[in-house]
Design a protein around this ligand. Structure first.
Ligand SMILES: *Cc1c(COP(=O)(O)O)cnc(C)c1O
Length: 350
């Protein structure tokens, strides 16, 4: 979270704009909250340059719930294609299996999820209802720097993208997307809000068993207020959207994120102690896993990091090693502090 946003939320906690209420105390149907909601929708549409024919839905349940909600809404009883490039794609695939016939069109599991299979090699089903990818694999640190163009591959199926962990870090090519979803908690705001951006021709195809609160058409027709939305999370995300605009928008964030990632990857590649296993053309700008060549030093590295105020660097348990998550809100001086510490630690190992 940007500190500026936390300070704003704190200042407005007891009395939002002279309303005499905290945002938490507002009716979601009252004019105060409606104004917060409409501003957040408009700011997000502007920031991500979401075209008019896409609906922005503020839902709940997180990325994991979307793994079920997407097939319930879009599979139409047909086959769904998956491209697996890390743990999140695997999770999505395993969940979708409960609701649809699934087919793995490509996977980089044999490479330990360190590469992206070239779209031209994907074995897409002829009549897939949609093709699912995770555009930034948070645990393995693998990112699509260009989205696949399914039309160019001769496929009409909509592309479904889990962009949970890098939404708002770079521009989005909506011409290649049918639906994108993401939990808010990495780059957009507090946990509890789930963003879904869906092309309007994909609405209204849900399976009969789809819960009403998770039916995209129902949610869209009710301006995300079929049931009570996560009002406070929407409000804080709205403050983040305004912060993003003050930073210069998504293009400026992308430039910053490129610089942050380059600083860290250059330090890793230029060292004798650290390494990153991901192919250079698909390294994530948000999540940077790295390993000490001598893994017996892991605990010492982490203990020293904490002394330097560098927290939460331990890698995901399924991958091990370290992982630096350098989301939008982390300033470049945070990455510089990490790189300085990594160099200092390497010198003490000589
Ligand atoms: C964090 C994350 C999720 C999280 O889902 P939740 O249900 O919100 O915990 C899903 N997909 C990706 C790629 C993630 O990084």
């Amino acid at each position: 979270m940007p500190q500026e946003v936390l300070a704003e939320a704190a200042a407005e906690m007891l009395d939002w704009h002279g309303s005499g209420m905290s945002v938490m105390e507002m009716s979601h149907r009252g004019k105060e909250f409606i104004s917060i909601y409409e501003q957040a929708q408009a700011d997000l549409r502007e920031l991500l340059a979401v075209p008019e024919n896409f609906r922005i839905l503020f839902m709940q349940g997180g990325g994991l719930a979307e793994n079920a909600i997407v097939p319930l809404n879009l599979s139409r009883g047909g086959t769904v294609d998956f491209v697996l490039t890390g743990s999140w794609g695997q999770k999505s695939h395993n969940e979708a299996r409960k609701y649809a016939a699934v087919h793995i069109a490509a996977s980089s599991e044999e490479d330990g999820f360190t590469t992206l299979p070239a779209p031209a090699t994907w074995q897409l089903s002829q009549a897939a209802s949609y093709v699912h990818i995770c555009s930034n694999e948070t645990i393995h640190g693998v990112e699509y720097h260009e989205l696949p163009d399914l039309k160019a591959l001769g496929h009409e199926a909509p592309l479904v993208v889990d962009f949970s962990s890098h939404v708002a870090s770079r521009p989005v090519d909506w011409s290649r997307i049918g639906l994108a979803f993401g939990g808010a908690q990495k780059n957009l705001g507090p946990a509890g809000l789930t963003l879904v951006v869906v092309r309007d021709d994909l609405l209204g195809q849900a399976l009969p068993v789809c819960p009403s609160a998770f039916n995209y058409k129902t949610v869209a027709d009710n301006q995300s207020m079929f049931n009570t939305p996560p009002t406070y999370a929407i409000y804080v995300a709205g403050l983040v959207f305004q912060w993003l605009k003050r930073q210069g928008g998504i293009a400026a964030m992308e430039a910053r994120n490129k610089a942050k990632a380059a600083l860290l990857y250059d330090a890793i590649d230029g060292s004798q102690l650290y390494r990153n296993r991901v192919a250079k053309d698909c390294r994530s700008r948000m999540n940077v896993p790295f390993f000490l060549r001598d893994e017996s030093r892991n605990e010492a590295f982490l203990a020293g990091a904490i002394e330097h105020g560098l927290l939460q660097l331990k890698g995901h348990k399924s991958v091990g090693g370290m992982r630096a998550s350098i989301y939008n809100a982390l300033p470049i001086k945070g990455v510089q502090a990490l790189v300085d510490y990594m160099r200092e630690f390497e010198r003490t190992q000589a």
